[in-house]
Design a protein around this ligand. Structure first.
Ligand SMILES: Cc1cc2nc3c(=O)[nH]c(=O)nc-3n(C[C@H](O)[C@H](O)[C@H](O)COP(=O)(O)OP(=O)(O)OC[C@H]3O[C@@H](n4cnc5c(N)ncnc54)[C@H](O)[C@@H]3O)c2cc1C
Length: 389
């Protein structure tokens, strides 16, 4: 390890590795610190991504693809289901290998990667300006100076707060998730299943994602407010007992997903936030792997430019580029999420019925939504209320 770096990235998840990779590719000296012993483990994720999203960063490789999916199926509360037309394919990842490969790509660009390195504070000068990090590396406390810190420390991010950024996620936007990887079950390997309704996941959805022969990730997310009434794990156990009574349970995980708009500020005091730490998650799907990598890429590029220009005020460019690329879209998705969360089981059933009446070529997500509005105009009011509030 050097004694100082241009950029230190805290956290080696998809957002951190991508930020580090692009910062190093832009000519900066980069150190990436990960608190866990292994990059990519433990996994707290349903692991679904689109092919289109992945190929922006890495060529698909069978070693980190557990299943290739060609369709998704929406199951209404009454059990009827619809398969919307999907242009393109998706993957269920082996994230422990995927994350590891992303870190390898960063290392190939010259990033130094250190695991078992817990960042416990920021180093500040007498004026309170961030000038490095303080870490516990293999049981030794070390202060490492740098010009820019990239906070890629995930949903429980603390680095942003230490820099003075408000990273609070409102409790109603924080999804409480539980997931089990189960085996010994009959599961189609090319379909992602999404179940809706008050019995399985009120205001959210439950997923069954194939994870290779006879195996699937089964999980659900619901708002923390709903989870106070009945926990995500309880809903999940009930579903698995009913649907897959003979399943062998291989893993249990729980975690939060910030289904919110991006934090108001993602740059301050020589620190930038990327990925879950910046709430760069698609608020409708809760997917944050690809959008976090996009945030990481933009953040890494802008950080390297700031180093080259010797002008750290250039970091504000990251906020602008993120907003233009995905931030604005997440704001629209946020309103859509609010609308969907407010749908009653009757509304969800009627959306499914309308979709089933559509010819197959018109069963796109947009087509389904339009047909549902047409067949149940009162739903328009539910959606409108959210958009004008
Ligand atoms: C149950 C569940 C299911 C999900 N399913 C999907 C899905 O199917 N598809 C999808 O796209 N997204 C999914 N997500 C969301 C997705 O997992 C996250 O959006 C994604 O992992 C965010 O990447 P990240 O790099 O920002 O953070 P993370 O992947 O969380 O990485 C952060 C890293 O920072 C490290 N770290 C934290 N603090 C410190 C510190 N102080 N010092 C050093 N290191 C530190 C952590 O150990 C971790 O390795 C799911 C999430 C959950 C909880």
């Amino acid at each position: 390890m050097k004694t100082r770096y241009d950029i230190i990235v805290v956290g080696a998840g998809p957002a951190g590795s991508t930020a580090a990779r692009y910062a190093a590719a832009g000519g900066a000296s980069v150190l990436m610190l990960e608190k866990d012993r292994d990059v990519g483990y433990p996994v707290r994720c349903g692991e679904a991504v689109s092919h289109e999203g992945v190929i922006q960063f890495i060529q698909p490789d069978s070693k980190w693809i557990a299943a290739t999916v060609t369709k998704f199926r929406l199951v209404a509360p009454n059990g009827k289901s619809v398969v919307p037309r999907l242009d393109g394919i998706g993957y269920v990842l082996e994230r422990r290998i995927f994350d590891y490969e992303l870190a390898k790509l960063a290392a190939e660009e010259g990033v130094e990667v250190v695991t078992k390195a817990y960042v416990y504070d920021l180093l500040k000068n007498d004026d309170g300006v961030v000038v490095g990090i303080r870490a516990l590396i293999k049981d030794e406390k070390i202060d490492i100076p740098c010009k820019i810190v990239v906070a890629a420390d995930g949903v429980e991010s603390r680095v942003g707060k230490w820099a003075g950024i408000d990273t609070t996620c409102h409790i109603r936007d924080m999804e409480s998730c539980a997931q089990m990887t189960i085996s010994g079950i009959n599961v189609e390997q090319d379909v992602l299943d999404f179940y809706f309704g008050d019995d399985v996941s009120p205001g959210g959805y439950l997923w069954v994602f194939p994870k290779g022969k006879n195996t699937a990730n089964v999980g659900l997310g619901l708002s923390v407010e709903e989870a106070k009434k009945k926990s995500a794990i309880k809903f999940l156990r009930e579903f698995i007992e009913k649907k897959f009574p003979n399943a062998a349970i291989l893993t249990h995980i729980a975690g939060g997903v910030p289904c919110a708009k991006t934090c108001d500020r993602i740059v301050a005091n020589n620190v930038i936030l990327v990925g879950d730490a910046a709430h760069q998650v698609n608020p409708v799907s809760g997917g944050g792997i690809i959008s976090g990598m996009i945030g990481g890429m933009i953040g890494g590029q802008v950080a390297a430019e700031a180093i080259t220009k010797k002008d750290l005020s250039h970091l504000t460019e990251y906020e602008k580029r993120w907003q233009k690329r995905l931030g604005w879209r997440h704001e629209v998705f946020y309103n859509i999420k609010e609308a969907i969360a407010s749908f009653s089981d009757d509304t969800l059933n009627s959306i499914c019925d309308s979709a089933l009446k559509l010819p197959e070529e018109k069963r796109t997500l947009g087509g389904i939504f339009r047909a549902a509005l047409w067949n149940k105009p009162s739903m328009l009011m539910e959606v409108a209320k959210v958009f004008v509030s």
